[in-house]
Design a binder for this molecule. Structure first.
Ligand code: ZN
Ligand code: ZN
Length: 357
């Protein structure tokens, strides 16, 4: 809360309305699905509804709690407007619909409707969330290791002829049994020619006797997301397939090795991209090298071409180059890496040499 107040002061705002649930959770600890949090220079108050009375009392330490019967956000706006010394309240336009803003304004006295609510120029809480503290890193390392154990389990389960959906179901079932709160995104199971779709969600397609299988999945543990990808092969790869896999692996390892505090995100991307370019696969690498991860599966920073923002110790990013040859095959390898002062700590130590099943 202290950090968010300092930023509020710096941006000349006397109050902040937080409705994006991951931001709200980060600041207050509240994990329910309906709430609004207001932060002023002096106090903080969380508004939620009667379903969450007991949960809010247990989870929320850093602010007072008010149970309301209408929507929490209009109540929060009214409360803010009634505070002495709060002239303008910021909100994050990236997480506010036009309809919501209209509703919030309706909750204000007429004289405040025009100017009281101010869109903040740059994300305020998301910026704080970029750098993880020790507790967050520990949770994320556990989440990542849980993902690695799931992958190991899947190696014993996979066989040609299974439906991709069966693979996803087994993985998600095991994740629940191991204590995951859920999956951090729809599990990607892309086999055979479908592996050339970077985001091929599981379908009723059957795993081939010969060909690649890409598994990209993540679990939620204690609110934090994990994210990893491994690509395995059924049968014996053709020389072209083996070469392509080796290139992706080299690109991935080069980018992991480039991770360090102070390095620009674009330089990490280039470390992977240049390897694939030199292998003649530059055009087949159609997305950025990675992204931040935390309470949300995709957070800042983006590790893409030309990105000038710099990595900081405590950020957690994915490194996930891939190549996709339409109608043939695709390969992606993804690790989660915590940025340290002088390098990177790979949170997903599952081996990456090509596995032939
Ligand atoms: Zn992924
Ligand atoms: Zn990812």
């Amino acid at each position: 809360m202290g950090a968010v107040r300092r930023r509020l002061t710096r941006s000349g705002l006397s109050g902040l309305l937080v409705t994006h649930l991951p931001d709200l959770r980060y600041l207050s600890g509240f994990t329910g699905s309906s709430a609004a949090l207001v932060v002023t220079r002096r106090s903080a108050r969380l508004f939620t509804d009667g379903r969450y009375t007991a949960q809010a009392a247990e989870e929320v330490k850093a602010s007072s709690v008010e149970i309301v019967s209408g929507g929490p956000a209009p109540a929060a706006v009214q409360w803010l407007a009634a505070q002495v010394g709060v002239e303008f309240a910021g909100f994050d336009p990236a997480w506010t619909t036009v309809a919501e803003l209209a509703r919030w304004k309706q909750a204000l006295p007429a004289r405040l409707r025009r100017n009281f609510l101010t869109p903040i120029a740059a994300p305020l809480v998301e910026t704080l969330r970029l750098v993880k503290d020790e507790d967050e890193l520990r949770i994320m390392a556990d989440a990542a290791l849980m993902g690695c154990r799931l992958f190991d389990h899947m190696l014993g389960f996979l066989r040609p002829g299974l439906m991709e959906n069966e693979v996803a179901a087994e993985l998600e079932h095991q994740a629940r049994l191991q204590g995951a709160q859920g999956m951090s995104f729809d599990t990607i199971v892309a086999s055979g020619i479908r592996s050339s779709l970077p985001h091929g969600r599981a379908t009723t397609a059957r795993l081939p006797r010969r060909g690649f299988l890409t598994l990209d999945f993540g679990i939620i543990h204690d609110g934090y997301c994990s994210d990893m990808t491994r690509t395995v092969y059924f049968g014996t790869p053709k020389p072209k397939e083996r070469r392509a896999y080796q290139s992706v692996l080299e690109a991935q390892e080069a980018a992991v090795a480039a991770v360090s505090a102070g390095v620009s995100c674009g330089d990490v991307d280039e470390a992977a991209r240049s390897v694939l370019r030199n292998a003649g696969l530059g055009d087949a690498f159609t997305h950025s090298t990675g992204h931040g991860v935390g309470l949300e599966i995709h957070e800042a920073p983006r590790l893409g071409a030309g990105q000038t923002s710099r990595l900081q110790a405590g950020m957690v990013v994915t490194i996930e180059p891939g190549v996709y040859l339409a109608g043939e095959f695709g390969i992606r390898i993804e690790d989660m890496v915590a940025v340290t002062r002088d390098g990177g700590w790979v949170l997903t130590p599952t081996p990456k040499a090509l596995i032939e099943l």
